[in-house]
Design a protein around this ligand. Structure first.
Ligand code: GLU
Length: 420
């Protein structure tokens, strides 16, 4: 199953190389497209509730700023490391370019299991990180956002720390805040919404029916749970299996994704949900015979071996980097359609962009307008990807997305000219 030996930074570089083969790009420029501009690596030393000092490794990678300020989330997870953050920041560059929003890419993370710390400890840790980040971030410089195990609470702390230290108001320094702190309506749901929209467009393009399509969702955090609810509510799909790190639950007649979410909120996991007829392992979920599989957890969920056993017709990636390059190759050969992360989960950063626009203008949108604009961005990006897939003889939608995105980054870079 999950292959921890695959280095996500090498996966990113392979994905860029695969697309560069279809583009006229010199080796020197290609190196630039494949490597971060800078990476901050630091220790946060923070007093814990018992008086001891905790030391936490933290990172921020600014991958590429040719198209605008660096943009991307901050992850709290024990598995965070330098190469993971570098990969995630690179995926942000090509994600923002795929959906054509005026940002570069960045990503940060703290190596920590947040469930082992109190709220007051997490606040001190987050404020300490924000203090380290202060010289690097800013509304026009680098704009953090939520990622795995972070959300509105952490974003509010970062904003408050930054504004206090800078003695100003700058709500657009971070996105994904609560509404009261300058957040946008629709931001919490945005990643799952783009996953649903991508699935809808893909099924339409492939002449497949989405109503009654069976769906399995791996991961039931923000992205996975909202995607499950939206394919169920808006597209009439039947969500037959969902999982989290505790295991998977299955019902061939369909689960109620809202009820599963309520159950997880109450008990901490999806396992034991009484609307299920069977409990499965994560691997069994990923190889279920379903119409649509949505990986919505972490990187490397499906490697080459597992890909050979995948029975889904379509995969829509809500997580970042859930397929290894070897899995991609196997699935392409087997004609399984994979809609890549840099399109399918781009709703999060797209509505982050709307939040930032609203912050800069001090003028706030209705949820209807947010969702309408999001749909327009995702549908236009999907159409561009299909055109590229059909006209440029690329092997799959991922390479099509990278071809589109790299072209946009190159255009911005080349039009900037060179500094003598
Ligand atoms: N962490 C999200 C992602 O991977 C959102 C980033 C953002 O909103 O800047 O796309």
């Amino acid at each position: 199953m999950a292959d921890d030996d695959v280095n996500p930074f090498e996966s990113l570089q392979e994905q860029i190389d695969d697309a560069a083969a279809y583009l006229d790009v010199g080796d020197d420029v290609l190196e630039r497209l494949k490597n971060p501009e800078r990476v901050l690596e630091t220790n946060l030393s923070v007093e814990l509730d018992d008086g001891d000092v905790g030391v936490f490794r933290a990172y921020r990678s600014q991958f590429n700023g040719d198209r605008g300020p660096y943009k991307g989330g901050i992850r709290y997870h024990p598995g965070v490391n330098r190469d993971e953050v570098k990969a995630l920041s690179g995926w942000m560059v090509y994600k923002c370019a795929t959906v054509d929003i005026p940002y570069g890419g960045g990503k940060g993370g703290i190596q920590i299991d947040p469930s082992a710390y109190s709220e007051t400890e997490l606040e001190r840790i987050t404020r300490s990180f924000a203090t380290e980040l202060r010289p690097l971030i800013g509304e026009d410089r680098d704009i953090p956002a939520p990622d795995v195990n972070t959300g509105q609470r952490e974003m509010n702390w970062i904003k408050d720390t930054y504004e206090t230290l800078e003695n100003t108001t700058a709500p657009g320094v971070v996105t994904g805040k609560t509404i009261e702190s300058g957040g946008s309506l629709g931001r919490v749901e945005a990643t799952g919404r783009s996953t649903m929209l991508t699935a809808r467009e893909a099924f339409d393009h492939l002449d497949k029916e989405m109503s009654d399509a069976s769906v399995a969702v791996q991961g039931y955090g923000n992205a996975g749970s909202i995607a499950a609810q939206l394919v169920h509510d808006d597209l009439d799909a039947s969500v037959v299996a969902v999982s989290d790190s505790s295991g998977a639950v299955y019902n061939p007649d369909g689960l109620d994704p809202h009820e599963v979410k309520r159950f997880k909120n109450e008990t901490g996991s999806v396992s034991g949900y009484d609307g299920a007829t069977e409990e499965l392992t994560n691997e069994e979920l990923l190889t279920l015979d379903v119409d649509l599989l949505i990986p919505a957890a972490l990187e490397n969920a499906i490697d080459g071996d597992l890909a050979a056993d995948v029975e889904a017709d379509v995969i829509v990636e809500a997580a970042n980097g859930p397929l290894t390059p070897e899995a991609d190759e196997v699935l392409t050969d087997r004609d399984v359609y994979v809609l890549p992360d840099i399109l399918a989960n781009a709703g999060g950063v797209t509505v982050s962009y709307f939040e930032w626009v609203q912050n800069r203008q001090r003028f706030y949108w209705t949820e209807e307008k947010v969702n309408e604009e999001l749909e327009r961005h995702i549908v236009e990006a999907f159409d561009e990807l299909v055109r590229t897939f059909e006209n440029e003889d690329v092997p799959n939608f991922r390479t099509a997305a990278y071809v589109v995105a790299i072209r946009r980054v190159l255009d911005a870079y080349e039009e900037g000219g060179s500094w003598p």
